[in-house]
Design a protein around this ligand. Sequence first.
Ligand SMILES: CC(C)(COP(=O)(O)OP(=O)(O)OC[C@H]1O[C@@H](n2cnc3c(N)ncnc32)[C@H](O)[C@@H]1OP(=O)(O)O)[C@@H](O)C(=O)NCCC(=O)NCCS
Length: 176
Amino acid sequence: MTGELEGPSILATPPGHCWAGKIRTATPADIDAIVAVERSAFASPWPRSAFVSEIDGHRWSHVAVAEEGRTLVGFTVYWSVASELHLLNLAVDRAHRRRGIGRDLVAHLIAFGRNTRHTEVLLEVRVSNLTAITLYRHFGFEDLAIRPGYYADNGEDALVMSLVLSDTKSEQRSAS
Ligand SMILES: CC(C)(COP(=O)(O)OP(=O)(O)OC[C@H]1O[C@@H](n2cnc3c(N)ncnc32)[C@H](O)[C@@H]1OP(=O)(O)O)[C@@H](O)C(=O)NCCC(=O)NCCS
């Protein structure tokens, strides 16, 4: 995933205040709003064309958005790769952070993974992104590996994290 922008978040509501929206599958009509959230969240944002192709192009790609009223407040992109789900992107609008939206987006993709019999969720995150790492650990994601110099913009290492969804996978991993 790309790099989180530095600087304090602008809190629309105090931490702990729940959001009152829904999570749904993205459509092409969401692309402008997704790109706006992406650009506000990352120093090296994905280009618009990436979201066009994720939403339109690949049967393995899934894009879910969090929507409150008519406002798109966050999104996630994940791929189904054989038995694994790969979390590729996750961002919440800076004005709506710390309201449980990121948590609900991650919960959404984990539920998708369980319902569709995927065995594991995998992701890469910058080692400096303690906010996201804390969020993932909350769900039980564990550290799997470090990819040295993974991020081209600043050469930062990636932490690979994994959440096992099936007992079979878990047994395979503890036996190896
Ligand atoms: C990471 C991100 C998606 C979290 O979204 P969010 O809606 O603010 O997160 P939530 O409100 O659901 O928080 C869930 C938990 O994550 C952790 N968390 C979230 N923000 C945090 C912060 N600023 N500091 C420490 N922990 C934090 C906490 O454990 C929190 O639970 P709590 O509020 O009960 O303490 C958001 O900060 C973001 O868009 N960051 C920029 C993009 C990014 O880094 N994406 C991930 C790339 S791998």
